[in-house]
Design a binder for this molecule. Sequence first.
Ligand code: GAL
Length: 834
Amino acid sequence: MTTKILTTTLTLLCSVAVWAQPRQEITLSDNWQFSLQSKAHNQQSWETVSVPHDWAISGPFDKKWDLQRVAIEQNGEKEATEKSGRSGALPWIGEGHYKRTFTIPQDFDGYAELVFDGAMAEPTISVNGQKAGYWAYGYNAFRIDITKFVKPGENLLEVDLKNLEESSRWYPGAGIYRPVKLVLTPKIHIDDWSICARTIDVNLQKNVANVEVNVNVENAKDADPSMRMILSLADAGGRIVAARSVVSFGEGAVSRTLPVPSPQLWSPESPYLYTLTVSIRKDGQDIDVKSIKTGIRTVRVSKEKGFQLNGVTRKLKGVCLHHDLGPLGAAVNKAAIIRQIKILKEMGCDAIRTAHNMPSQLQMDVCDSLGMMVMAESFDMWQYPKCKNGYARFFDDWAEKDITNLVKANRNHPSIVMWSIGNEIPEQNSEIGRQISIRLQGLCHALDPTRPVTQGMDRAEQALKSGMAQAMDVPGFNYRVHKYHTNIEQLPQGFLLGSETASTVSSRGIYKFPVEVTDNSRYASWAPGYDPNAIKTADGQCSSYDVEYCSWSNLPDDDWVWQDDQPWVIGEFVWTGFDYLGEPTPYDEYWPSRSSYFGICDLAGLPKDRYYLYRSKWRSAEGRSQGENKDEHTIHLLPHWTWPGRKGQVTPVYCYTDYPEAELFVNGKSQGRIKKNPKERLDRYRLRWNNVKYEPGELKVIIFDEMGKNCGEKTVRTAGKPVQLKLDTWTQSEGLIADGEDLAFVTVSLVDKNGTLIPDAADQLTFTVKGAGTFRAVCNGDATSLEPFTKPTMKLFSGQLVVVVQAAKTPGNLTLTVNDAKRKLTKTITIPVK
Ligand code: GAL
C-alpha cells in the first residue's frame, strides 16, 4: 500500500517535472516525404524534401498549367481572352502529399498541438491515420490540437494539399511553403495566441508607457491554488523593466497592466524590441513558460493629424508585396526576406502591404526587428469570385475564422500598424458589402482594439454610394488619384490612404525609343486602344524610362502630387516593391510573359531605374522621417550609355535626384542646365533632357542645390569589350550561417576592363557550387525567360543575373564558380560558412 502511494506520488511529481519546463517547440523541417499527382508530374513515388517547400518552383514553365480563358473584370474587360502567364505558368495545380514521423516522449501526459504558418492549399492534417484537422485558406496560420491522436513513441503526420486551377490571380505557390511546429506543453498551459500585449498609452512627461497584457490559461480549472502567473517584460539587453505576479487566475483569463519606465518606442527608424515572458509557476518551479518579442508604440489616425506613429504625423511610404520570393517561389526563407526588407529600407520605404493575404511569421519577425511598418491584409475576394475557384468558395464559412487567426497570430508584432479586410472587393457597390465591412472590421477591433482597419477600394463612386468607404477606419483607395478630391468631400474620416498606387511597368535595363508616355492598352485585345500589330511585334518588355502604366493606373509622379499637396492623403502603397510571379500586365495575352513588370525591383531583387526615383523622393529632406540619416542624397542617371547604332539619334536622358537643378554633359558638351518644374507632369520630380543626341563616350551630370551650389556629379560611360565577370555577394551577416537554410545572393555582371556593365549582354552562364553548401536558384529578372530557376545555368538579362547559394549545416567554405563558355570567362568566389 505504502509502496503504491509512494509510486503514485512519484509519478505525479515526475509528470510535473517532465512537463513543467521547458515546453517543447519543435520545428518540423527535415525528413518529409513528398509525392504529387498533377498534370505535370504523376509522381506516386515518395521523395525526401525539407519544409518550407514549394513543389512548383522548379517548373517547367508552360502556359498549359493554368491557362485561364477569362475576362479580368477588375481591369474593365468584358470578353474572355486567353491569359497564359496569369498565375506564373508553373505547375502548382494538383494534389500534394507530405508525411513524416515525430516522436512523443514515453511519459507524455500533456497537451500537443501542430502550428502551421500556411500550407497551399486546403490542408488536411492526419495523425496516425486519423483526420486531425483542416484549413481552407492556403495563406493563413492555424493550430490543431492533436492531443487525442498522439501516442508515446513514433507518430505519423500526413498533410494532404489540393490546388485547383483558376483559384488565383497570381502565383500562389504550392506545398508546405511555411514552417510547421510541434508544441508540447503540460495540460495546464498558456494558450499561445491568447497572449496580447498592447500599448495603452505613452506618457512622455512622466516617461512611462502602460502595456496591457492579456493571456489565457488552458485548463485553469484544474490549477492548484498555489500556482502563480508571472508576467515580465525585459528590454533588449535582457534587463527586466516591468513585472507582475498574478496570484489567482480563476477561469483562466488574466489581464494586467505593466507600467514601463523610460520606454524605448518602436519605429522604423528605431525598431526597439522587448521580450514579454509569461510563466505559470508552482512552488518556485516553472510549469509553462512562453516568451514573445513585442514593441511599445502607438498608432492613431485622425482628421486633424492623419496617420501618427508615437504621436508623430508621417505619410506612409509603402509598397505592396506579393508573398513569393522570385526564384525561391513561395517557400519562405529568412535571409531572402531580410534582403528584401533591407533593399526597401535603403530606398526610404517604411511600410509594406502584404497583398492580398496573410503574411508569414518570418516576414513579420523581420519587419519587427529591422523596422518596417506593415498593413497586414487578408482577402482578395469575399463572396463574389474574382476567379472561378478562388476564396469565394470559402468566404461565408471561413471569413471570421480567417480574420481571427490573422489577428491572433500577429497582434503582438509592433510592425503591424493596420489590418486590411480586403482588396478591391467586388461587393463594394452594395449594402451587403458595407455590412460585411462593418462585421469584419468589428471583429478586428474586438480582437485588437489598438489598430485601425482598412481595405483597398478601386471603385470609389460605388464604395462611397454604398457607404462602405465611410464605414472604414482608414478609407483606402486603389489608383484613380484624380478622384481623391471628390472622395474626400464625402468622407467623414477627413483623410484617405493610397492603398495601392502607381502600377507603373518597366523591365530592368530596357529602354524604348521614342520615349512615349503610354497606358499600354495597345497590347490588350479588350481595350479601346488595342492594336493587333503591337502584340505581334511585341518583345514582352516595358521601357525603363518609367513612362508606362495601365489604363487604371498612373506614374509615381501622379501620386506624389496628391501626397505633397494634400495633407489629408496619409500616404501610399506602391504596386509593387518587387516583381512577382504571375500577372504579366501589360502582356497578359502575350506568351512567354509569366511574371510581373510592376516591381520597383525586378524578380531577382535588382533595382530598376524606378528604385532611384522613389529613393530621390522618399529620402529627400521633406520625404525623410524623423530620425533618418540626414545625408542621403540620390543622383541617378538613365539610360545606360552604350548604344551602338544610335549615334546621332535622340536618346533622352533622365536624372533622378532629390536636388532641384542639374547640368548635363555629353563628352564635355553641355546639354543644358535645367530645374525641376512643378507645373509639368514629368518635370516636378525628374530632371529630363529630351533632345540629347547619342554619341559614345561619357555622360555626366552636375547637380546643384537651391542656392545654386555644386553638390555632386555622376558619370555614365559607354562600355568597352566584355572582359570580366563581376560578382557581388550579399549575405545577412558576415559569411553564411551553417544552418542549412541561410542564403547568399550573388549578383553576376558582365563588365568591361573598367567595370562598366555590358548593358545588353545575354550570355549563357553556368554555375558550380562546391564545399559547404549547394546551388539553390538563379534569376535574371527577365519576365519572358522560360529557363528554370533551379537549374545551374541561365542567360544574363541586361548584363546581369543573381545566383542564390545555400549554406550547409556544417561549417566550411562554399565556392561558387561562374562560367561564361562563349567568352571563356570564369570567376570563383569563396564564402565562409560559420
Ligand atoms: C490592382 C489589384 C492588384 C493588381 C494590380 C495591377 O487593381 O489590386 O492585385 O492586380 O491591380 O495593376
